[in-house]
Design a protein around this ligand. Structure first.
Ligand code: GUN
Ligand code: ZN
Length: 642
């Protein structure tokens, strides 16, 4: 069973429950060669804190001594490791060295017999250079074997390996089929050659197409990925598990892993490493060690690089800033930069899980930042949902934020002349009334804008002006300042934010009759929106977006048909949600597919009766797939709307 504790887009911190304990993800499983312990499993557990490892059942089975011991005392005792043990099946060995005369049934049975926690099907490794026909055929064999493995697995968990070479449609197909089977973990296989050849661009496509077909409620393992430099990227794309044989392999070749690459001891100018393994060593002292001693130090150095990066990845997920870490990491190598740039092709898929807002500000780290789904989201919503209050536009350059403070006098002047102020920002056009919503206000850009982002912003503003049907557009300083038109900035702002957040139809239902705006005496910002005497919306200071009140929800339910904004729960859940308790996945019957993480939602019963308002933590596809966990963080039930 897999539970998501914290998520940011596709990235997640999870708890994977196994019979050998709960594994926190993202996690990396060091590969342990049962013949040579470069670092003994006991030390991996005690000193490094690894709670899971992976070893090879095929190697054990082919060694008379190991086989006998594994069958007799079990894998955990043999390896002296009390954590989670995953085994691979020999696919890689058969593929690389042409060995293996074993069958799938034999390997699954053997993995069960030696007490593996998570075994692996004998899948067929699909090489990147394979033809599509070859790949498609071998996927069918892997799928047949997978069904057999699922039928045989018993108490053991099983890896259902997604294959498909570099063909996105085959990857997605294979993933979809695997998702319907009784599989526990989904490794993405056949990617080692891509990583060895620095083909990270294609790796992005492979991961995304696999993720599209998979069930969100199972951990995804990137098979053979263990270099610290790709952990952030792969996690961002939704991988939860990794394994590394390279920490030991590289050590035997005198190669040291660092976050920015792998370096040969012979080529290095100095060691300059603070990890516990290198402490007290210089390049010279390391070179003077015996081969055996040196391998031990370097293997440990490599493991420390991995564990410290993984800890950092988790911290960035918790802080909602993983994109920023990925952007930093992907500048370490041109091939990684290609991967980062490739992500833009997948922004439609990534937008589905992109949260409505985050706690912290977005940092723009270069043109690649513009590929983040929050830019797309903003572009789409402002184009579709903004309703200009006048038919003339005044164009302003970017300035200090918030714009309505930086340009306070100028905004007022142009408005009195009947112009709607529009700022050209790196996000594209920002109407004055939207300047305080996430991510417009909660973002930092360098003062010196790059040409690409500037051009994009100009082009978007041009499209926007056309779409809005402005009959006149002027630079703000070309407008005569003698207008006398009256306007109410708070009313305009209150409605513009609602249009942006909930759409035009819902806003028309919400804003009815006389609108009173309650403002904070300290900050002067809008706090509450009262319509016909009823409190319908509260504005959050943090992200400048609304919290929906019960009366607001009732108006939407009455005017906008289902499934808009709804999360429907079953009768068992009704009394709990009505009292303000959270709505859990297993009780959800249906949900609006347009709902995004952190979006305001209305929880209703099966007859569309109001139960509570709250914020969604998961999207529909996730809620349908998870058996446990919170779907909606409920704010208040209908009983106590204070
Ligand atoms: N190890 C690295 N890649 C693979 C793969 O595609 N399948 C299996 N079973 N093991 C692997
Ligand atoms: Zn070190």
């Amino acid at each position: 069973m897999f539970e998501v504790v914290k998520r940011d887009g596709l990235a997640r911190i999870g708890k994977f429950h196994t019979r050998s304990g709960v594994l926190e993800t993202p996690a990396l499983l060091p590969v342990v060669n049962p013949k040579i312990f470069t670092v003994p499993p006991r030390e991996l557990y005690d000193e490094f804190g690894f709670r899971a490892l992976i070893t090879n059942s095929y190697i054990i089975k082919n060694n008379a001594d190991l086989k006998e011991r594994a069958l007799e005392e079990g894998l955990h005792k043999m390896l002296d490791f009390e954590g989670v043990i995953m085994t691979d099946s020999g696919t890689f060995q058969s593929h690389m060295y042409g060995e293996v005369e074993v069958t799938n049934e034999e390997m699954v049975q053997f993995q069960k017999d030696i007490g593996t926690d998570i075994g692996t099907v004998l899948d067929i490794f699909t090489e990147p250079y394979w033809t599509k026909e070859e790949t498609a055929k071998s996927i069918e064999v892997t799928l047949e074997r997978m069904q057999v493995a699922c039928d045989m697995k018993g108490e053991m968990m099983i890896n259902g390996v997604v294959q498909g070479s570099v063909y996105p449609d085959l990857r997605e197909y294979c993933a979809e089929k695997m998702a319907t089977m009784d599989v526990d973990v989904h490794p993405i296989g056949g990617v080692v050659p891509l990583m060895e050849q620095y083909r990270y661009l294609e790796l992005v496509d492979v991961i995304v197409s696999s993720k599209k077909g998979l069930n969100p409620n199972r951990p995804v393992h990137l098979f053979g990925a263990g270099h610290p430099m790709i952990l952030a990227l792969a996690t961002l794309l939704g991988c939860d598990l990794f394994d590394s044989a390279s920490y030991a392999k590289f050590a035997r070749d005198d190669r040291l892993m660092f976050i920015d690459g792998t370096f040969r001891l012979a080529d290095m100018q100095s060691l300059d490493c603070n990890c516990p393994a290198c402490r007290g060593h210089t390049l010279e002292s390391l070179k003077k060690l015996t081969k055996d001693q040196r391998t031990k130090v370097i293997a440990r150095h490599n493991l420390y690089q991995i564990t410290s990066e993984l800890a950092l990845v988790k911290r960035y997920i918790r802080e909602g800033r993983l994109w920023e870490l990925v952007e930093m990491r992907c500048r370490a190598h041109p091939a990684l930069l290609d991967a980062l740039r490739r992500i833009k092709e997948h922004s439609e898929f990534l937008e589905l899980t992109e949260p409505i807002s985050r706690d912290g500000a977005m940092f723009y780290t270069g043109v690649e930042s513009r590929a983040r789904p929050l830019f797309n989201r903003y572009e789409k919503r402002v184009m579709e949902r903004y309703v200009p209050p006048t038919d003339k536009a005044a164009i302003f350059p970017d300035s200090g934020k918030p714009y309505s403070r930086a340009w306070a006098a100028e905004f007022d002047k142009v408005r009195r002349s009947g112009y709607t102020p529009i700022v050209i920002s790196p996000f594209g056009p920002v109407p004055a009334d939207l300047d305080e919503i996430y991510p417009l206000a909660q973002s930092l850009f360098p003062k010196l804008t790059d040409a690409e982002t500037e051009n994009t912003a100009d082009a978007l503003t041009f499209d926007f002006i056309e779409k809005m049907g402005f009959v006149e557009v002027k630079e703000y300083d070309e407008i005569d300042n003698d207008g006398t038109m009256e306007y109410d900035a708070d009313q305009l702002r209150a409605r513009a934010i609602s249009n942006y957040q909930f759409g035009i139809e819902a806003t028309n239902a919400l804003f009815r009759g006389k609108i009173d705006i309650v403002k904070s005496r300290k900050t002067g910002k809008i706090r509450n929106v009262i319509s016909d005497g009823e409190h319908i919306l509260s504005l959050r200071a943090g992200d400048g977006l609304y919290t929906l009140r019960a009366e607001g929800a009732a108006r939407i339910l009455a005017s906008v048909p289902s499934p808009f904004m709804r999360v429907v729960v079953n009768d068992d859940s009704v009394p709990f949600v009505s009292e303000g308790r959270n709505a859990f996945c297993q009780f959800v019957l249906d949900m609006d597919p347009e709902i995004r993480p952190m979006e305001e939602v209305i929880v209703v019963d099966k007859n569309d009766k109001f139960l509570a308002t709250g914020r969604a933590l998961l999207i529909k596809k996730e809620v349908e797939s998870f058996k446990k966990g919170i779907a909606v963080k409920v704010r208040s039930g209908n009983g106590d709307e204070a």
